[in-house]
Design a protein around this ligand. Structure first.
Ligand code: BG6
Length: 486
């Protein structure tokens, strides 16, 4: 398979000593270098810590035993310590310009801000003061999510940043859009008549989007405790997955057409009502047989924190295609497993003719599984042998790694690659961000009307009781680890 190699850029990664850089960004860059996908572009890791390049490599454990490609990554890796409040922007700019010259980058610069969003503007000002945002060559900037804390702060951030960059130069990251299975939703729906023709309210009973994690929020409390789960994953990953599932056929595969189609869905999402939203926070419990702390006992979390670690809600997409089809979302930390899925549940027509069918999840389901075991799984009815009316749920599977091998791109690998290629398809446009914040701001305002007593769910289980009632009062059930037919 031929790989598109973008023109050389100096790639500057801000926030390069953080957890995200260590766990996701550096391994993704190593994969890109190993596969020859970014040519000889130098990678400059930037952090405040005053350490040498070798110390950086040791601290971040960029070693072959840690992940494949680490040795090759080192050959392209630089470290530069910067304090944006104290240091001389021109000295920094000179270092970058020399690097660009030495590696034939023609002043093409890609800035990746893996920073808290309050630092986006100061970091951009620092680059601007050194003259790095102007002059010849392409200048691109990627911002890690969340973009703002709510609609108002996002608006302010947008106004500040668009004084320095135009929308063409901006890449708002949601790494879920770089996941192979998320990119496949578009193909699955619009390249296959058998799915697209049933993708509407006459055949679909409801849709469930689940992002469940077994691990807690420990170690990231400085960020997570101020953000909470809704701002952390609903505003971005969940709503983007929902938009791709529900959007109309885009006019073309042009990034703007795809983003237009997603924007319509985000704009048409119906605000949640108070009886259709539940927040939660985990208490202590057992995960895989091991006793774990409750959220309030996690490192750096205040003992009286009211931050939510779970959210469930029901909404509707107000378009012709989706009239009366509920979209249920369930997401949280310290749940009963690590799985991310979009479950499209079809109308149950079996009971019109057959009496005996399984009690739970008694529907045909199209399951798009983002993790683990990425793939598409179709659950449908068959007859049990030697019976006429007794039904059994069975399945057909498309297993992504079985078909395409295990070296498929990781989400952040695609994020960096597309950034350097200059393709906006897997990045979020400003109007999508606005619509998403509008929805989650309202959701949070509505949810606080409930007087929650946290913690309200046990670690390692399926979430708060109220979240189970949220769907069961509609005579439906969550497709959880226990009741899915695999
Ligand atoms: C991040 C969130 O954006 O996505 C984390 O900040 C979450 O809280 C993570 O755990 C999930 O990403 P993935 O790719 O591991 O499913």
């Amino acid at each position: 398979m031929s790989v598109e190699v973008p023109k050389n850029h100096v790639l500057l990664v801000f926030g390069a000593t953080g957890d995200l850089a260590q766990k996701k960004l550096l391994p993704a860059l190593a994969r890109l270098v190993r596969k020859g996908k970014i040519g000889e572009s130098p990678i400059v890791c930037i952090g405040r810590r005053n350490i040498s390049r070798d110390e950086y490599i040791d601290i971040m454990d960029v070693h072959e035993g840690t992940y494949a490609g680490a040795e090759q990554l080192k050959e392209q890796l630089h470290y530069y310590s910067v304090d944006i409040k104290e240091d001389d922007p021109e000295e920094f700019a000179q270092f970058i310009q020399e690097l660009s010259h030495d590696h034939n980058c023609n002043d093409n610069l890609a800035f990746y801000f893996a920073l808290p969003n309050v630092l986006f503007k100061p970091a951009a000002d620092f680059l601007n003061a050194g003259g790095l945002l102007n002059g010849p060559g392409d200048k691109k900037v990627a911002f890690e999510k969340p973009f703002g804390q709510d609609l108002e702060s996002a608006q302010e951030l947008h106004e500040q940043l668009t004084q320095l960059f135009n929308e063409e130069q901006i890449y708002r990251v949601d790494h879920y859009l770089g996941k192979e299975l998320i990119e496949n939703v578009l193909v699955f729906r619009f390249a296959n008549a058998m799915f697209e023709h049933i993708w509407c309210n006459s055949c679909i009973d409801h849709v469930q989007v689940t992002l469940a994690e077994e691990f807690g929020a420990g170690g990231r409390a400085d960020y997570y405790d101020t953000a909470g789960h809704v701002r952390d994953v609903v505003q971005s990953h969940i709503l983007q997955a929902l938009a791709l599932t529900a959007m109309e056929r885009p006019a073309s595969l042009d990034p703007e057409d795809i983003r237009d189609a997603k924007h319509i869905v985000l704009n048409q999402l119906q605000p949640v009502t108070s009886e259709n939203v539940v927040l939660g926070q985990y208490g202590s419990g057992k995960v895989k047989g091991e006793q774990v702390n409750g959220y309030r006992q996690e490192e750096d979390v205040p003992a009286d924190s009211n931050t939510e670690t779970f959210a469930a809600f029901k909404t509707y997409v107000d378009t012709d295609r989706w009239q009366n089809v509920p979209f249920y979302v369930r997401t949280g930390k310290r749940l009963d497993g690590n799985y991310v899925e979009i479950n499209v549940v079809l109308n149950d027509i079996s009971s019109q003719l057959f009496e005996e069918h399984p009690q739970l999840a008694n529907h045909d389901v199209i399951r798009i599984r983002l993790k683990p075991d990425e793939g598409i799984h179709i659950q449908f009815h068959t007859k049990q042998p030697e019976t006429r009316k007794r039904l059994e749920l069975t399945s057909m599977d498309f297993c992504y790694p079985c078909t395409f091998g295990t070296d498929t791109p990781e989400a952040y690998e695609s994020v960096f690659h597309e950034l350097l290629k200059g393709d906006h398809t897997i990045f979020v446009r400003w109007d999508e961000i606005q619509a998403s914040w509008r929805f989650t701001d309202t959701l949070l305002q509505t949810a606080v009307q409930h007087d929650y007593t946290f913690p309200n769910y046990t670690a390692g289980k399926g979430g708060p009781e109220a979240a189970i009632n949220l769907i069961e009062k509609d005579k439906r059930t969550w497709l959880t680890v226990e009741n899915k037919r695999e």
